[in-house]
Design a binder for this molecule. Sequence first.
Ligand code: FES
Ligand code: FES
Length: 168
Amino acid sequence: MRMIAGQKHRVEIVLNGQAVSAEAEPRMLLSDFLRQGLGAFGTHVGCEHGVCGACTVRIDGALARACLTLAVQAHGCRIDTVEGLSPRDGRLSVLQAAFQRHHALQCGFCMAGILMSMDHLLATDPAPDEPRVREVLSGHLCRCTGYHPIIAAVLDAAAHIRAEADDA
Ligand code: FES
Ligand code: FES
């Protein structure tokens, strides 16, 4: 895609399994494109320079900071956001339900990013120990919950997912 400053470009992505597109200027961030361009407000924006983790999404299966990615860079990519975590019937995912049980969120501002990182962790490591959960969580800032309930929720969700796999 040839970029011309100030000129808008059509960016096509697959967002949580659905093909969508909208116009974006070359300098528009993916986080702003999701929210303002596509009305997908689940992805939050905090620091806007890669520190807080609130904007974490998956791009073609890999975790990424949406505030450090240009929308035009995502053209043609598969983007997964927090909106895609729960099953389509409206139930919570196993991970989300564990966060609810453990009271692992308060204002929820950090949660979109934390849930994406923890969902990715459990998808790639079904039996993470506490240090591993802490390591992944260190990429996120939560101003109000405190991290202990979040860690407990992730370990609990991992146990639930393993138990479900054993029963299958
Ligand atoms: S808003 Fe992207 S890391 Fe904080
Ligand atoms: S729940 Fe408020 S910032 Fe994490």
